[in-house]
Design a protein around this ligand. Structure first.
Ligand code: ATP
Ligand code: MG
Length: 280
């Protein structure tokens, strides 16, 4: 599996290994980390090289921004969208510009590190513009007279503001994705499926809590209707006659609302516990 050696995707990629319960043997200055407890080896690369490395089979899978996948146009399958490093590729112009729509870009010079995606956007909107490819610090080019506009990654937009630019068109949105070589052997595909299964078990548990409470037996029907759970709540008798312990899973989103309802329905001694993994 190829992952980014350093940069914005590295931390998220390493966190996925941890969530999947994969322990890596990490040495100093290593380009490769084997896993101790999973048939996997990590290759550390620059993100630009990951789509090609996976397409050519030097790595079977990789973790990379969708923006790089779209830019490189290599033959890889998106095995799973990973939900982190969300950003968009946008066109931005100097703040004082009276922007009228895509036609504004006709005859303009646009600086970018993503010429291929930009070219697709220009063609789609029938705009003739000059693409100026630069790697890094794209956002300063209008200020120093290198370009009229930029096409670059935006997330919060604060970089644009500090360079007196405004976002005027979003071409694509992106997040980290798990990409795979399209011709994986069945054995490798099975390893990939197991990896994805583990990630999904952790993801499912996110935003969910395990709840335990005590209730008088005659209130269990009402309390159960407030707790949807995975199937139905677990109900166990307490040593105190006429009382039970009720266990279930609830979503964090409507947590406080449900706690209020449970208390009004007669629940006592409510415990709420984080869930690490959920497997169906
Ligand atoms: P490398 O040295 O590996 O080539 P890089 O400088 O090209 O690294 P990074 O800045 O680490 O790349 O960004 C890697 C990826 O993270 C981008 O391709 C994009 O998918 C995502 N990304 C970049 N900037 C942001 C941001 N501000 N917010 C969220 N995600 C981002
Ligand atoms: Mg890069």
């Amino acid at each position: 599996m190829a992952i980014q050696a350093k940069g914005r995707l590295n931390e998220g990629s390493m966190k996925l290994m941890e969530e999947a319960g994969i322990d890596l043997i990490i040495g100093r200055r290593n380009l490769v980390s084997p896993a101790k407890n999973f048939p996997l080896e990590i290759l550390y690369l620059r993100d630009d090289d990951i789509p090609q490395t996976v397409a050519y089979g030097a790595a079977d899978v990789g973790i990379v921004g969708e923006n790089e996948v779209l830019e490189r146009k290599e033959q890889v399958n998106i095995a799973k969208r990973l939900g982190f490093s969300k950003c968009r590729l946008s066109l931005a112009v100097p703040q004082q510009t009276d922007y009228s729509g895509p036609a504004w870009f006709n005859g303009k010079k646009i600086a970018t590190s993503y010429p291929s995606i930009l070219n697709d956007w220009l063609q789609k909107h029938q705009v003739q513009a000059e693409i100026h490819v630069i790697n890094g610090s794209v956002e300063i080019s209008p200020g120093i007279g290198l370009a009229d506009a930029i096409f670059d990654i935006v997330s919060s937009g604060s970089t644009l503001v500090s360079n007196r630019l405004k976002e005027v068109e979003v071409a694509v949105t992106s997040e980290a994705v798990l990409v795979a070589n399209p011709t994986l052997s069945p054995a490798k595909q099975a390893i990939l499926d197991e990896f994805i299964f583990r990630l999904e078990s952790v993801q499912r548990a996110e935003g969910k809590k395990y709840i335990l409470l005590n209730a008088p037996n005659e209130k269990i029907g009402e309390i159960s209707s407030i707790l949807p759970g995975m199937k139905s709540p677990t109900v166990m008798p307490l040593a105190t006659e006429g009382w039970s312990s009720v266990h279930s899973v609830i979503a964090e989103d409507d947590f406080w609302e449900n706690i209020g309802k449970l208390k009004r329905a007669g629940a006592e001694g409510i415990l709420v516990i984080p869930i690490e993994k959920m497997i169906f």
